[in-house]
Write a protein that binds this ligand. Structure first.
Ligand code: ADP
Length: 385
């Protein structure tokens, strides 16, 4: 039996953003003690963690010292110091996901190489060290337009990704180590969230469909379950299982995939932690992705991932043209809507497209939910004071 309930044992989270906050909310139901490390004393987790430490999760000493004060360590962001995590493991601490998994995933080049080595379906790619190498491969005909260039490290939410369709776009090429992939003819973008415990048991949430804002490259609306045929859904869930098994990951992970117009399923990328595409599981599924993560890493039985009703999720993003102290407009429009659930992350400052919160709407008819979501996107705004 897990002995993390009402006990002196502590779970430490590296990163204090919204994913950490929702993990704390799940943990507090079961009286589990959570400690958080983040450099920003005003981050989303700071007011809610039992113990909050100001420090960089990318710094060796900061992670080591923090990790020594807890029993189990997990992450809510990949960009953490894995050497310190390895040292903590040597000292007997439990670390999920493992430092090896984090190292494989946080570098897009290594991540793609992992899929290729394990025969997991993904698009073709090349790893290149600098912008000049990309240009010379274009000149020699080894790379042909159109293509997508992605920074190997530290890109997120579409930052660090450029689409090169014509010669005129070449001025947007990114400097540094990058991967180059052909531009995929995408029919739908879906995500599969899974949890796996130490005995290798796996639970898979039904795939969800993601609609992206083309300007910000961020998820604008998420539909759960995805509107895809059962055959595709079960293939996607199987592919997700192969990924989590090959990585030998313990905890929750999200596998983002492309359904192509040709009918293939390609892995785009993986996150070794709870993910934006699983927020709606808090209200729409029997056990949320956050709860599943705690169950998996703290040795509780995995919960049921059955979906109770269809749902959509919209990210609440900072409105364009506003920067500074946040001022939410028309909150009551959200609160009065049947089936809606508002989550605000507590970020003090807004800026265009910053993820400030999300709204999940549950109901029976997906078209009705989409209409409600579009209505809220228009009326509920994130401005600055
Ligand atoms: P991030 O890590 O910033 O989320 P992704 O690799 O997921 O970056 O890319 C962001 C978005 O860019 C994807 O969700 C997709 O819409 C688009 N994209 C990425 N790779 C490709 C590709 N090879 N072909 C077409 N579109 C792509």
């Amino acid at each position: 039996m897990s002995n993390y309930i009402s006990s002196d044992k502590k779970l430490g989270i590296l990163g204090g953003g919204q994913l950490g906050k929702m993990l704390i909310q799940a943990a507090s139901k079961w009286d589990i003690t959570i400690c958080v490390l983040d450099p920003n004393p005003e981050c989303s987790c700071a007011p809610y963690a039992h113990e909050f430490t100001v420090g960089k999760f990318s710094d060796y000493e900061a992670v080591l010292n923090f990790g020594r004060t807890v029993d189990v360590i997990t992450i809510e962001i990949e960009n953490v110091n894995t050497d310190a995590l390895r040292k903590l493991q040597e000292e007997g601490k439990i670390v999920h996901p493992s430092p090896e998994v984090i190292d494989t995933i946080k570098d897009k080049g290594r991540q793609k190489t992992f899929y290729r080595d394990n025969e997991l379906s993904t698009s073709d790619f090349k790893i290149l060290n600098a912008k000049d190498d990309v240009l010379s491969k274009i000149n020699s005909g080894d790379i042909t337009l159109p293509f997508v260039q992605k920074l190997c490290r530290e890109g997120y939410d579409g930052r660090g990704v450029v689409v090169i369709k014509s010669e005129g776009d070449l001025e947007n090429l990114l400097e540094g180590e990058t991967i180059i992939e052909p531009l995929v003819d995408i029919d739908k973008e879906i995500s599969v969230i899974l949890s796996r415990n130490e005995s290798g048991e796996i639970n898979v949430f039904p795939p969800v469909e993601m609609e992206f804002n083309p300007e910000a490259n961020l998820v604008e609306m998420l539909l759960a379950p995805a509107r895809i045929d059962e055959n595709f859904a079960s293939k996607a869930m199987d592919l997700g299982k192969q990924v989590i098994q090959s990585l030998n990951l313990v905890g929750v992970m999200a596998v983002e995939m492309f359904l192509t117009k040709k009918g293939e399923i390609l892995i785009n990328e993986t996150a070794p932690r709870p993910h934006n595409s699983g927020h709606q599981t808090i209200e729409a599924n029997e056990s949320s992705q956050y709860e599943q993560h705690l169950r998996a890493i703290l040795i509780f039985p995995l919960g049921s991932v059955d979906q109770k009703s269809p749902a959509i999720m919209i990210n609440v993003l900072g409105s364009k043209g506003f920067e500074g102290k946040v001022d939410y407009k028309e909150v009551n429009e959200v609160l009065k809507m049947k089936g809606s659930h508002l989550h605000l992350y507590g970020k003090k400052e807004t800026r265009p497209f910053r993820k400030m919160g999300h709204i999940t709407i549950c109901g029976n008819d997906i078209d009705d939910l989409i209409e409600k979501g579009n209505h809220l996107k228009k009326v509920f705004r994130v401005e600055a004071k």
